[in-house]
Design a protein around this ligand. Structure first.
Ligand code: AMP
Length: 471
């Protein structure tokens, strides 16, 4: 493995990396940085969490530091543009530039929508070397004549596939049309749907293609557990876990819907657990505030939907709880990748009900080629209907679009209603009984015991012991 010291990075960048405590480049960095430093175009296929931000930021900083030695930045003009889809990502990239470029006298600014434009215009007027921007606001400011790219040397397109998903691709094309054609282009995307492949083919000149391991393998360091629990009892189960396990100190909870996220947030907040929600119905400001509170430890639990959570970069997430399992298995991998960032390990807990989620779970296990450890409840995996078989990976639709085209059935548990009068937690010395293949509607999940027991199991007690106990 190459160390950063073996890459031909300037001493200021080496020092900044050392100050961050980074010694070894991640695979995407090791592959992308050397050709980018040589001025080659790069097509990087990597998702967030792989270290891709530094993979493009470091070569850009190096190039501009070399080009701009001497002379004030207002005379130099904008040397690099980094386009990214969301405000959160833009801010994170700005922070990376500040950290890695600490020893260089380069100026940068970050512009995005949803806030006043005056400070952004003022920053542009003062002059800068690097501009990080989201497409809508950048196009606005360009149309108003505030931005000039005559001196641009490098263009970075970050999360190209997400630009497409979020409907920004036309704006992106309009911006690109105004950039000098003589430039270096670094193009990053987690997936390569056809439109993105076409765009890359038009933009890149003889690019070096670098690709990191598919999403499924990033999950390997994470301790992945599953609790079988009826949908109606999940909120109680989550609260109980939080009440008993102090190690759950920075917990990211995923729901499938915004409404679901609000309900969980309300439930936990009422019970006194500092909780915030982040989803598409929240304003940019509210999302940013929630994220900052979570980062600072002011809220213990952040409840998120998939779209809102993509790109969240918070170190030290102790647990990811899949309150509802995603119907697109790749989303599970994206979700749990929020813990175990950059080499750390983490814990992911899935709450699986007795309806369609059994199918989702099986699809997830097929994708990751790993079986989750059952920590509580009756293992319902075998009772998932057979029709759930996963198509070979190549035939699977792009996760985001698949989610849009085939939204998850609401309230999956409702398709197998619990027979009336059957208590959800039958008070019996349960054991891990395999449900027979379900032809008739599945019976309510026979949990191993009370939630106290569930939690003691999560906290380390082996399932067999807890299974025989009662509260
Ligand atoms: P990214 O994929 O760019 O969002 O980066 C994911 C996380 O990895 C961020 O928290 C970075 O600060 C961190 N990171 C990036 N490069 C390295 C590295 N070489 N060693 C350790 N951590 C890194």
């Amino acid at each position: 493995m190459t160390a950063f010291s073996e890459l031909s990075l300037r001493s200021e960048l080496q020092d900044a990396l050392a100050a961050q405590g980074y010694e070894m480049p991640t695979p995407i960095q090791a592959q992308a940085i050397p050709p980018a430093l040589l001025g080659r175009d790069v097509l990087g296929i990597a998702q967030t969490g792989t270290g891709k931000t530094a993979a493009f930021t470091l070569p850009v900083l190096q190039r501009l530091a070399q080009a701009g030695a001497g002379g004030p930045s207002h005379a130099r003009g904008i040397g690099a543009l980094i386009l990214t889809p969301t405000r959160e990502l833009a801010i994170q990239i700005g922070e990376s530039i500040a950290a890695y470029g600490a020893g260089l006298s380069l100026r940068h600014t970050v512009i995005f929508g949803g806030v006043g434009q005056v400070p952004q215009v003022n920053a542009l007027r003062r002059g800068l070397d690097l501009l990080v921007a989201t497409p809508g606001r950048l196009l606005d400011l360009m149309n108003q004549g505030h931005v000039h790219f005559g001196r641009l040397e490098v263009f970075v397109l970050d999360e190209a596939d997400r630009m497409l998903d979020m409907g920004f691709i036309h704006d992106v094309r309009k911006i690109i049309a105004k950039l000098p054609t003589e430039r270096q282009t670094l193009f990053f995307s987690a997936t390569m749907p056809r439109e993105i492949t076409d765009l890359a083919a038009r933009l890149l000149r003889d690019p070096v293609r670098v690709e990191v391991a598919p999403a499924a393998t990033t999950a390997e360091r994470i301790d992945q557990r599953v609790l079988f629990v009826p949908a109606a009892e999940k909120r109680h189960a989550l609260l109980d876990m939080l009440g008993r396990d102090a190690a759950m100190d920075r917990v990211l909870v995923f729901t499938r819907t915004k409404h679901g996220a609000n309900k969980v947030t309300e439930h936990l907040s009422k019970a006194g657990v500092p909780t915030a929600a982040i989803h598409g119905n929240k304003s940019q400001g509210a999302r940013q505030a929630a994220l900052e509170d979570f980062r600072a430890g002011a809220v213990r639990v952040l409840v998120a939907t998939d779209i809102a959570a993509r790109g969240i970069d918070v170190d030290g997430v102790s647990h990811v709880v899949n309150f509802e399992l995603p119907n697109v298995p790749e989303n599970y991998v994206h979700r749990i990748g929020r813990t175990a960032r950059a080499g750390a390990s983490g814990i992911a807990i899935a709450l699986c009900d007795d309806g369609e989620e059994r199918i989702f779970l099986r699809n997830i296990e097929a994708l990751t080629r790993r079986r989750l450890t059952v920590v509580a409840g009756t293992d319902l995996r075998r009772s998932a209907p057979d029709s759930s078989r996963l198509a070979p990976a190549a035939e699977r639709p792009h996760p985001q679009r698949a989610a849009q085209q085939h939204p998850a059935p609401k309230g999956a548990h409702q398709s197998h209603p619990a027979p009336k009068g059957v208590p959800a937690h039958p008070a019996r010395g349960g054991h891990h009984r395999q449900e027979p293949a379900a032809r008739k509607p599945a019976a309510p999940s026979r949990s191993a015991g009370s939630f106290g027991e569930l939690v003691s199991v999560i906290n380390g007690a082996p399932p067999a012991r807890a299974a025989g106990r009662r509260r």
